[in-house]
Design a protein around this ligand. Structure first.
Ligand code: KE4
Length: 426
């Protein structure tokens, strides 16, 4: 038995499925998960000494790669003075100021501890601010595991085929309406059918939990216009796209204004962090200055702030990183397409910025229905062939490949070669 297998045997006795988050269990791709012991730059090392080029990157946070020296130093320098106080620290102010300076259309931020918490809180604020109950989300989009969002959810829920989770009561799900991504008519139909009742439309500006599905031209602006017409708030869930597509996230990248924006992942630099942000008039409705309650023991934790701030500072100081990452993702996309064509494999590759996803289908993937035509069995074979060759991809068809600034030209060439060999034997 390998060390990972030994650890997994122990893990399944004390952790549901042997993991602390379902997608990590490799159930969609077969085999047993690799237990990771170290990360450096674009590479990770497992317990058996096997090294991989990492395209999961902790599902997005490691945009600069693993163990970036500036981030590690910031964490060390902070932690030697204490880990958590439950009292204000200067770092929380600096983090909020940093986010406000980087992201368009926001004046205030509240820090929380995960993307789930950020979304849950933003939805409560939208309902409190509008006095309306209903929320429109998109089938296949994932916004964390709060009850109201586990309806037609993507990511791990979709991976294991249960987009509607047990344990979510009818009452909790009743006010969640489902639209289709890239289909404005499906949104207007719901707004028309629920006049004066929709508090917000929440959307992933790039749907990165059904693989990677870009917004069609006009889709996001169309949502903006519909929200203005029907008096609903537009929430951009930027837990993935925030600070990844651009320093200002999807609002900057697509030039569309949201009313509330949620963040996670990158702003923590690898530590548990989430945030939601918006105008002063909206955010000052949050306790203690407003009547929308939200709280958290470790919200704004100084060590997490130190890690996140260090990462955001590097992104601010080196805007060229965004071009480098997009170019890297385009290189991989082009080589995947060429290799698939050469070996007669039905594959569509979607790419936006540093996000990409190969789908095993000959259908253009521009919506959730199309994403589901992908041959997930073939994806599993591809995943395992790549893993064998030292390339660590998402163990699910319905996740993104995350390119970082740490992926070198050598990594990209190695990955392209591994993909060529893998597709040849599918
Ligand atoms: P967390 O609670 O996992 O920090 O964030 C939830 C969330 C909210 N919104 C979006 C757009 C997200 O992608 C996520 C979480 N992303 C998944 C990966 N697709 C997390 C990985 C996992 O669940 O293990």
């Amino acid at each position: 038995m390998t060390r990972s297998e030994q650890l997994f045997e122990r893990a399944v006795k004390v952790l549901p499925g042997g993991v602390n988050s379902p997608v990590r269990a490799f159930r969609a791709v077969g085999g047993k998960p690799r237990f990771i012991v170290k990360g450096l730059g674009s590479h990770i090392l497992d317990e058996d000494g096997l090294e991989y080029i990492d395209y999961v990157g902790s599902w997005g946070p490691m945009v600069l790669g693993h163990s970036h020296p500036d981030i590690l130093k910031a964490v060390y320098d902070r932690m030697v003075n204490g880990l958590s106080f439950g009292a204000p620290t200067a770092l929380e102010v600096e983090m909020a100021e940093k986010i406000v300076s980087m992201v368009p259309n926001i004046e205030m931020v509240r820090m929380v501890n995960s993307g789930t918490e950020a979304v849950m809180s933003a939805l409560r604020l939208a309902r409190g601010a509008t006095g309306r109950d209903k929320i429109i989300k998109f089938e296949g989009c994932y916004h964390g595991h709060s009850d109201a969002m586990l309806v037609g959810a993507g990511s791990g829920a979709l991976t294991q085929g249960e987009p509607d989770s047990k344990g979510v009561t009818k009452g909790a799900a009743r006010d969640t309406l489902m639209a289709q991504y890239n289909d404005l008519a499906s949104v207007e139909c719901l707004l028309d059918a629920n006049p004066g009742e929709v508090a917000a439309v929440i959307v992933e500006p790039v749907a990165a939990n059904m693989g990677v599905v870009p917004p069609k031209d006009g889709f996001l602006q169309g949502l903006r216009n519909l929200c203005d017409k029907y008096g609903a708030l537009l929430i951009f869930d930027e837990v993935i796209t925030g600070f990844r597509l651009a320093a200002g996230g999807a609002q900057e990248y697509f030039g569309v204004r949201a009313d509330l924006v949620t963040f996670g992942k990158i702003i923590g630099g690898g530590m548990p962090v989430g945030a939601y942000a918006g105008s002063r008039s909206l955010m000052e409705q949050v306790a203690p200055c407003g009547s929308v309650y939200q709280a958290g023991t470790l919200s704004g934790n100084p060590v997490a702030m130190a890690a996140g701030l260090a990462q955001l500072q590097i992104l601010t100081d080196h805007p060229e990183i965004y071009t480098v990452m997009e170019t890297s993702a385009q290189y991989l996309t082009n080589h995947l397409r060429m290799s698939a064509e050469k070996h007669g494999v039905n594959m569509r590759v979607n790419q936006v910025g540093s996000l990409l996803c190969p789908y095993f289908t000959d259908t253009p993937v521009d919506c959730f229905t199309a994403a589901k035509t992908s041959d997930t069995e073939k994806y599993a074979k591809y995943f395992n062939q790549m893993l064998l060759r030292g390339v660590y991809l998402a163990p699910s068809q319905f996740e993104a490949m995350f390119v970082s600034s740490a992926h070198t030209q050598k990594d990209l060439q190695f990955t392209a070669q591994a993909a060529e060999e893998s597709l040849a034997v599918l």
